[in-house]
Write a protein that binds this ligand. Structure first.
Ligand code: HEC
Ligand code: HEC
Length: 442
C-alpha cells in the first residue's frame, strides 16, 4: 500500500457507540470497598481458610486488620451475625503480576477454570460442619457460597488456564435468581446451552474510554450496576443488592482512575516515530490516536468485517433468555439501570498498555502483537512460557503438534479460534516492526 494512503474502513461496517450517563464516585472509597468489602457476602470461615487454604500467605496489598495474611484475591470481613468470613474478590480475574509487581486491573491469565471447583465443596461442607455444627451461624454464613459453587462449578469449566468463563458464570447465576427480587431458586428458571465459550479479561484501565462494556459492547447503561454481577454469587436479595450498588459507583471511579503500565524495556524512538504515522494511516480509524490529545472513535466493528471467532456473539451475554432475564430484572430498574444490547460485532478496543495485555483478541487466541498483525503466522497449538517476547510483543511460547495439557491453547476448539483481524496483513515486515515499536510507547 502506498505510504500516503489511508486504510479504508467502509462506514457501513462500523457503528459508533454513544456514551451513557455514569454516576460520580470517590476512587479512594472505591478502592477500599473493592479490596475489603463484602460485595461477595458469603464465603469460608476465616479459621478454616487460614488452616487449609491460606496457610503462610502474606497479603500483597498490606491491608492489615482482619485481612492480615489473606491472599489478595480474597476479602475478609465480619458478617452482621459476627462470623468472620473470607470470600473471593474481583482480583481473582482482574489482577496479575508484571516483573513481580502486582498490577490491579490487569487481566489474570493464570486464573484456572479448567477444574470443576464443586468437586471440593463437599469436603469444605464437611469441614464447616465438623468444626462448627450444621445449625451454627458459621454454617449459615457459609451456605450461600457452597450452594453457588455447586450450582455453577460444573457449567463453567474451560479448556485452557487463562481462558475465562466469567460471562457464562453470570448467565448461570442469573438462571438461579428470581429476576424481581434476586432471591435464589434451586431449579434454574431459564434454560442455557451447555457450551462454555470463554474470553480473555480486558484491562480495567481501558474502561474510561469505552462507551460500552465487554468485548461485544453488550453492556450498556450504568457501569457500576453492570460491574456488580459477581455479587449474585451469594447475595440474599435486592436489599443487599441496593447496598452494594450504592458503593459500586465508587468502585467504578477507582477503575476509571487506573492508568496503563509503562513499557519497561528500551524503545527505539526513531522507529516508533515512523510507526506512529503508519499507525495513524492503517489503524487509527478504529483504534484512535494516543498522547495528550488522544481520540477514540468507540466503534463496534461488524463480525463479518473483523472476521474473528464468532462463538462469543451468540453465547453468554448473547443468550436470548439471559438477555431477556437481565433487561427485565432488578438490574434493568431505575435509578441507574443497566441493559444488555447484543449485536453481531466486536469493539475495536483502545490499545493503551497493549504490550502488557497478551494474549490478544477477545478470546486470547493470539500470543503476540506481531502475529496479530500477520494472520498467516499465528500458531495453531501453543503453550506460553514464562518469558516476555520484546520483539513480537507478547508471550513467548512453545509450538506443539497436539494439545498436551491445560496449559496448551488449541485454536481448533470451538470458541478458541484465532482467525480474522487481517488488517495488518498488507504491511511489509519493516512497516509492521515500526508499528510494533510505536505500540510500545502507548
Ligand atoms: C471470574 C472472573 C471475574 C471476576 C471474579 C470478575 N470479573 Fe470482571 N470481567 C471478567 C471477564 C472475563 C470480563 C470480560 C467479559 C467480556 O468482555 O465478555 C470482565 C469484564 C469486566 C469489566 C468490563 C471491562 C471492559 O472494558 O469492558 C469490568 C468493569 C469488570 N469486569 C469489573 C469487575 C468487578 C468490579 C468485579 C468484582 C465485583 C469483577 N469484574 C469480577 C472476569 C471477572
Ligand atoms: C476496521 C477496524 C480495525 C482496524 C482498521 C484495525 N483494527 Fe485492530 N481490532 C479491531 C477489532 C474489532 C478488534 C477486536 C477483535 C476481537 O477481539 O475479536 C481489534 C483488536 C486489535 C488488537 C488486540 C486487542 C486486544 O486487547 O486483544 C490489536 C493489538 C489491534 N487490534 C491492533 C491493530 C493495529 C496495529 C491495526 C493497524 C495495522 C489495527 N488493529 C487495525 C478493529 C480494527
Amino acid at each position: 500500500m502506498p505510504e500516503d494512503l489511508k486504510f479504508e474502513v467502509p462506514a457501513e461496517r462500523v457503528t459508533a457507540l454513544q456514551a451513557s450517563a455514569q454516576r460520580q464516585g470517590d476512587p479512594d472509597k472505591g478502592r477500599a470497598y473493592l479490596l475489603t468489602g463484602d460485595y461477595v457476602d458469603s464465603g469460608i470461615p476465616i479459621s478454616l481458610y487460614k488452616a487449609f487454604l491460606g496457610n503462610g500467605v502474606t497479603d500483597e496489598l498490606q491491608r492489615g486488620g482482619i485481612n492480615e495474611g489473606i491472599h489478595h484475591e480474597y476479602n475478609a470481613f465480619t458478617t452482621e451475625e459476627g462470623v468472620e468470613l473470607v470470600a473471593p474478590n474481583c482480583l481473582q480475574c482482574h489482577s496479575s503480576y508484571i516483573n513481580n509487581e502486582l498490577i490491579l486491573g490487569l487481566g489474570n491469565t493464570n486464573a484456572n477454570f479448567t477444574m470443576d471447583p464443586s468437586a471440593f465443596s463437599g469436603i469444605l461442607d464437611a469441614l464447616v460442619i465438623s468444626n462448627f455444627g450444621e445449625g451454627s451461624k458459621e454454617w449459615d454464613a457459609y451456605f450461600p457460597f457452597s450452594r453457588a459453587v455447586k450450582a455453577t462449578g460444573p457449567n463453567i469449566t474451560t479448556e485452557t488456564i487463562g481462558s475465562n468463563s466469567a460471562d457464562k458464570l453470570a448467565a448461570v447465576l442469573a438462571s438461579h435468581r428470581n429476576r424481581e427480587d434476586l432471591t435464589w431458586v434451586d431449579d434454574p428458571k431459564i434454560a442455557l446451552p451447555d457450551e462454555v465459550i470463554p474470553t480473555d479479561v480486558p484491562a480495567w484501565w481501558l474502561l474510561k474510554k469505552k462507551n460500552a462494556m465487554f468485548y461485544t459492547g453488550v453492556g450498556r447503561g450504568d457501569y457500576a450496576r453492570i460491574s456488580m454481577a459477581s455479587s449474585t454469587l451469594t447475595l440474599k436479595d435486592t436489599v443487599k443488592a441496593r447496598e452494594i450498588d450504592e458503593k459500586f459507583a465508587d468502585v467504578v471511579a477507582f477503575i476509571h482512575s487506573l492508568e496503563a503500565p509503562k513499557y519497561p524495556f528500551p524503545i527505539d524512538m526513531q522507529l516508533a516515530e515512523e510507526g506512529e504515522s503508519l499507525f495513524i494511516k492503517n489503524c487509527s480509524t478504529c483504534h484512535g490516536t494516543y498522547g495528550d490529545n488522544w481520540t477514540y472513535p468507540n466503534y463496534l466493528v461488524d463480525l463479518d468485517f473483523v472476521k474473528t471467532d464468532s462463538s462469543l456473539i451468540h453465547s453468554n451475554f448473547g443468550f436470548g433468555q439471559f438477555v431477556n432475564w437481565y433487561n427485565t430484572s432488578w438490574f434493568g430498574e431505575e435509578p441507574y439501570s443497566a441493559d444488555l444490547v447484543p449485536s453481531r460485532a466486536y469493539i475495536a478496543p483502545p490499545l493503551d498498555g497493549i504490550w502488557a495485555t497478551a494474549p490478544y483478541l477477545h478470546n486470547g487466541s493470539v500470543p503476540t502483537v506481531d502475529e496479530l498483525l500477520q494472520s498467516n503466522s499465528r500458531p495453531e497449538i501453543w503453550r506460553k512460557t514464562a518469558n516476555y517476547d520484546q520483539q513480537k510483543l507478547g508471550f513467548s511460547y512453545d509450538l506443539l503438534d497436539a494439545k498436551e495439557d491445560v496449559q496448551t491453547y488449541d485454536t481448533k476448539i470451538k470458541g478458541y479460534g484465532n482467525g480474522g483481524h487481517g488488517f495488518g496483513d498488507g504491511l511489509s515486515n519493516s512497516e509492521r516492526l515500526k508499528i510494533i515499536e510505536y505500540l510500545k510507547t502507548i
